[in-house]
Design a protein around this ligand. Sequence first.
Ligand code: ACO
Length: 392
Amino acid sequence: MAEASLDAGTPAGTPAAPPFRPGLEGVPATQSAICDIDGRKGILSYRGYAVDDLASQSSFLETAYLLVWGTLPTASQLEEFQQEVQMHRRVSFRIRDMMKSFPSAGHPMDALQSSAASLGLFYSRRALDNPEYIYGAVVRLIAKIPTMVAAFQLIRKGQDPIQPRDDLPYAANFLYMLTEREPDPLAARIFDACLILHAEHSLNASTFSARVTASTLTDPYAVVASAVGTLAGPLHGGANEDVLEMLELIGTEDRVEAWLDQAIAEKQKIMGFGHREYKVKDPRAVILQQLAEQLFDQFGHDPMYDLARKLEAVAADRLGPKGIYPNVDFYSGLVYRKLGIPEDLFTPIFAIARVAGWLAHWKEQLGANRIYRPSQIYTGPSGLTWQPLSER
Ligand code: ACO
């Protein structure tokens, strides 16, 4: 029906429009050399490097460099990049003052979207064909987004944000700004690995949003702000918060089977399970589970983890045959909780990591830009006669 109405308006000789696919499912919307997902084998790679290797050997800043510039940095390139990021971590007192005027009950993702967009006011020069401008914007966004997330956390508690510490590396400094305590090195290393695991995942909704915004040749702060707004929705970021809620609801291990059977019978979605791309266990969930175990070994066990493992084991029988296994969100909430991070900061932390992927896509989009302008299939009325107000 929809196709017929489109064809009716297509001039003779013009190729027929492709069929309409809600949500563009399966429709290639770009070519990209950034990230590859093999959903049947459970392999995720950034620029050709397996995410397992990056999570165990690399750092978030090195991975961000790899994603944006396409190759692993040399020692001097990495040193320079790290120093530049460190130098740009502070945010203007005017941005901090603006954040102080935000409602303290507001969601941290809304605070982050507004603060990220405000950077465009402070750094308004737009030189998209200048590599130095691109480098500077990448540095500034990767440097300042964590500072803004931590600042809002303290501001909403009625405190003044604390300044970044120059002697602390990227992940450790964020945890310090957030919790006001220097983190244990293992906790900082595990958090850094979490950032690597969330840094990029091909053309998901927020990355698509970033590319659409980038294609208008606007500034990179608007690109990131639009992606943050897209990530904020419950269908994208945020399922790890729901996983904790679900585990709390189940309560004890002996209730897992009955709870799951009832949830499946009621056709509920089990939070932290299933993924459009993966038909096996998400490789990031495999790594996050190992990180969770390291964390619990070092800092004390979380009985919620045993509950999660029992749920995974029972769900393997019930949902595994449909290709539904734990995704990245299943264990990440347990890790963040153990690191002392409040639940409504889980999605802003996702944004801290994903900014690397968004910026990689921004740069790639600029390299072969064509503004996004898909077609639509009009389904409304036509030929109506306007009526004066008095006759309606
Ligand atoms: N629990 C139970 N059944 C599920 C689940 C789940 N988590 N996920 C999918 N299914 C079932 C559906 O009920 C459906 O069954 P049916 O064919 O009998 O009707 C079938 O699997 C296909 O489901 P879709 O929703 O079409 O699968 P899709 O690929 O579109 O969904 C999604 C992917 C949205 C992630 C889904 O699995 C889900 O809602 N999961 C729970 C929420 C979640 O964990 N989200 C985080 C995803 S990771 C991320 O965004 C960072």
